[in-house]
Structures are given as structure tokens and as C-alpha cells.
Ligand binder design. Structure first.
Ligand SMILES: Cc1cc2nc3c(=O)[nH]c(=O)nc-3n(C[C@H](O)[C@H](O)[C@H](O)COP(=O)(O)OP(=O)(O)OC[C@H]3O[C@@H](n4cnc5c(N)ncnc54)[C@H](O)[C@@H]3O)c2cc1C
Length: 420
């Protein structure tokens, strides 16, 4: 056999598309569900994603965005438009009015939303409602809780908030101090929760508290508590660096009584509910930022082609073109890792390391890309008028929420077999 023949033979053996060529005993024809996942992974121009991006450009282009960003104002009208498109029902079961889409299909739509909608805060609010709150409620709520609340969460009529962090317990989440003391017919909650996304406008809170501080994580219990419950006090909207159009505040429990029916799952099941929710949050919450990063990259490439200095487009300077190549690398890596985590979850396989890698790549890639965009746009990147600096502020928070980057690296290191 000549060298050429040998290489052809090798090519045949690894041909990924034809099981006939590979051999009768090895069926590598992808199952239809796998084909869909592969398409989401490989097709950056997936029609489902492009359709939502186009819809968002037309329907969510708010001329008051800069002012709302300045004043930290949530856009309820935009929320209602998303509701009318049934975006909050992407993943939810049709039984509750949802679309019941597969995870990868839902992510394609949310990625398109991040790409087409310049209000990153509205996108963050949407992903929080679907991926953090809605998913946990449908997975872990009691039948009565789901029957009462899921239709409202899906329709956008009820805004949900997921409340774990406290002033003294962030990364070390299970050191929480909010106590739920057992009493006749229910529990009395006391304590303070911090940095709760959407709290100032929320109708319903998923709250983690301990029924027994002495047993650590085994005492952590999840409760579903309507916002108008006496003793639940919602703080003022806190101004923050980015995502200013997503309201957020602390909430306080002052002898707040909740009935036994408010418990999600069972007493003491809160830690596993939280951990499972975090795996979804890690894997996919950055989907909107990945979409936004593509927009940042597109805008920067346009600018690099049109802005001229020294008689030529700045994109012809290697300093600029290589910076954009790095942004592309960050975007593509984040995207591939996110869809890998989604494909694993969809197949019912462990996605722990993939989810942590996805969170890390999505958040760090978005932050680095938005910073590069500011530099490439020069003064236009730095002033507020063009929105480039707003994207940097918005995309910086991903390295903190949903588990800070240091925690993701700890998870990856532990799964590599390194000592804790
Ligand atoms: C925009 C935004 C929205 C948020 N929304 C919500 C919400 O809806 N609900 C909610 O419950 N919380 C929310 N949070 C809170 C968020 O989850 C916490 O901020 C996050 O878990 C980090 O906790 P911390 O701020 O207390 O920082 P800390 O835990 O004090 O960490 C500070 C720094 O130390 C590092 N660090 C800490 N421990 C370790 C370690 N063991 N190894 C290596 N590094 C470590 C961290 O990586 C970080 O860089 C939100 C935060 C932000 C910024």
C-alpha cells in the first residue's frame, strides 16, 4: 500500500458520517436527537437563533435604553412583549402553557435574544426567570405549587426570584444564617437575603433557609413564598455597575410565617435543590451574554473595517485584528462548551465539569471581549453615547453571579482529581 493509499484508508476509518465505510459492527449514525444537538453546536447561524435575534432587533429596540440604564429602570413593556412571544415558556411543559422545547433548542432562542436585544438586563431577567426560577420550580415544586404558579411564571404574569446569597454567605452558600423555625402548621423565617435578582418587582420568591443550623447543609430547606407574605420585606432597588435594567435588592424576613405547604420537595432537601439548580445556572445562565458577545464582536469588526487612521482601516493593524481574533476564540469556545453541557444534560449524562467550564468560558470570554471592544472603539468605546461601555459593565457581572470564577475553577480542579 502506498503512502497515499494508507492516508485514504485512515480517512475512511475515521469518517464520521458514514457508518458503512467505518465497518458493520460500529453504528455511528447519529440519532435524530443527537443531530439536533450537533446542529446547535456547529451552526452559529442556526435559523432558530437568527429568527429570534431578528425579532428582538425589531421588537425590543427601546430608544430609552440609555436613560433606563442610568436610572436602573426595568422595562416592563419589553417583558410583556417577551411574554406575548411565550419566551418564558420555552422549557416549561405544555401542561402549564409552555413550549416544552429541548434544552439545546431553547438555548438557541435565548442566544438569539442576547444577540438581538441591546438591553442585556432584560435578557438577564429573562434567563433568570426561565433557567434559574422556572426550571427549579417545575423540577422540585409540589404538584399544588406548580399548578398554582407555573402557568403564571410561564405567562410572565408572575416574576420569580431565586434567593440563596446572604450578606455573610456568598460562595460558601451552605453557611447561610436565615432560619426557618418549626411552629404550629408551618415555619417562622428570620434573616436577610442579599443580591436577589428581580426582587423589587418579584411576585414569588424561592428562598433557602435552615431548619437546623447545627446540621449544616442537611438543614437547608427551600420555600416558595409569595411577595405579599407578611414579614417578607423587599429592600430598595440597589444601583450596580452593570445589568442596571435588571432590578435587584436584599430581602429581609422578620418573623415571617409560612405554611408547611410552602416547603419545596421536603424539609432538608434544599441543598440538593440548590446544587441541581446551580448546575443548570452554571451551564446555561451565560447564554444571553454569549449572544451579546457575538453582537459586540460584530460591531467591533464593522468598526475595524470602517474606522481609518494613518490612511487605512484600523482593522488592518495587527494589534486590532489579533485582538478581534481572540474575541472570536473566546466566543466560539464559550458557545461550544455551553452546547456541550446542554447536550450532556439532554442525554441524561453528568455535566458537572462541562457546566463549570461553560460558566467560566462564557463569563470570562464575555468580559474579555467587551473590554477589547472598548479599546478598539477608542474614545467612542469609553463614552456612554455608543453603548460600548455599557456592554462592558453588563458583561462583567458574569464572573461573580451563579458562582464566582474562583469557585468554578475549584470545581474543575476537584473533578480533575486534585485535593480539595
Ligand atoms: C448581578 C448579580 C446578580 C445576583 N443575583 C443573585 C440572585 O438572584 N440570587 C442569589 O442568591 N444571589 C445572587 N447574586 C449573588 C452571587 O451569587 C454572589 O455574589 C456570588 O455567589 C459570590 O458571593 P459573594 O459576592 O459573597 O463573594 P465571596 O463569596 O465573598 O467571594 C469573593 C471573592 O473570593 C473568591 N473566593 C471565595 N471563596 C473562594 C474559594 N473557596 N476558592 C477560590 N476563590 C474563592 C471568589 O471567587 C470571589 O472572587 C448575584 C450577584 C450579582 C453580582
Amino acid at each position: 500500500m502506498s503512502a497515499t493509499d494508507a492516508s485514504v484508508e485512515n480517512d475512511r476509518q475515521v469518517d464520521p458520517v458514514s457508518s458503512e465505510v467505518a465497518g458493520d459492527d460500529l453504528d455511528i449514525t447519529p440519532a435524530p436527537a443527537d443531530t439536533e444537538m450537533l446542529e446547535a453546536l456547529l451552526d452559529n447561524d442556526h435559523p432558530r437563533k437568527r429568527a429570534v435575534a431578528e425579532w428582538a432587533r425589531t421588537n425590543l429596540d427601546d430608544p430609552d435604553l440609555a436613560e433606563r440604564d442610568l436610572n436602573c429602570t426595568f422595562w416592563r413593556e419589553g417583558w410583556d412583549r417577551l411574554a406575548a412571544r411565550n419566551m418564558f415558556g420555552l422549557l416549561a411543559s405544555p401542561k402549564y402553557g409552555g413550549q416544552g422545547r429541548a434544552l439545546t433548542a431553547a438555548l438557541l432562542e435565548l442566544e438569539g435574544l442576547g444577540l438581538g436585544c441591546r438591553d442585556d438586563g432584560l435578557v438577564f431577567a429573562t434567563t433568570s426567570q426561565i433557567l434559574t426560577f422556572g426550571l427549579a420550580l417545575e423540577r422540585f415544586g409540589t404538584e399544588a405549587q406548580k399548578d398554582e404558579w407555573m402557568p403564571k411564571v410561564v405567562s410572565g404574569e408572575a416574576i420569580g426570584s431565586f434567593s440563596m446569597s446572604e450578606p455573610e454567605s456568598g460562595s460558601d452558600a451552605f453557611s447561610l444564617q436565615t432560619v426557618a423555625a418549626k411552629t404550629e402548621g408551618g415555619y417562622v423565617l428570620n434573616g436577610e437575603k442579599a443580591w436577589v435578582t428581580m426582587a423589587p418587582v418579584a411576585d414569588l420568591f424561592m428562598v433557602f433557609a435552615t431548619v437546623n443550623p447545627a446540621v449544616g447543609r442537611w438543614g437547608v430547606t427551600a420555600f416558595l413564598i409569595p411577595a405579599d407574605t407578611p414579614g417578607l420585606i423587599v429592600g430598595e432597588n440597589k444601583p450596580k455597575m452593570g445589568m442596571r435594567t435588571t432590578p435587584f435588592s436584599n430581602i429581609t424576613f422578620d418573623d415571617c410565617f409560612v405554611p408547611e405547604t410552602a416547603v419545596m420537595g421536603a424539609e432538608g432537601a434544599g441543598a440538593s435543590i440548590f446544587s441541581s439548580s446551580m448546575e443548570a445556572e452554571r451551564g446555561f445562565l451565560l447564554v444571553g451574554s454569549i449572544g451579546a458577545l457575538e453582537r459586540v464582536l460584530d460591531d467591533s469588526v464593522d468598526y475595524g473595517r470602517t474606522r481609518e487612521q494613518f490612511g487605512q482601516p484600523i482593522g488592518a493593524f495587527q494589534g486590532v485584528s489579533h485582538a478581534l481574533a481572540e474575541v472570536k476564540l473566546g466566543h466560539e469556545s464559550a458557545r461550544l462548551l455551553m452546547y456541550k453541557a446542554a447536550a450532556l444534560q439532554q442525554r441524561g449524562e453528568s455535566s458537572m465539569i462541562a457546566a463549570a467550564l461553560s460558566k467560566l468560558a462564557g463569563s470570562e470570554g464575555a468580559l474579555a471581549g467587551a473590554l477589547a471592544a472598548v479599546e478598539i472603539h477608542g474614545a467612542r468605546g469609553y463614552v456612554s453615547e455608543y453603548g460600548v461601555e455599557r456592554d462592558l459593565r453588563n458583561l462583567s457581572g458574569g464572573v461573580i453571579y451563579g458562582g464566582a470564577s474562583g469557585i468554578q475553577k475549584n470545581i474543575i480542579a476537584r473533578l480533575l482529581g486534585l485535593p480539595a
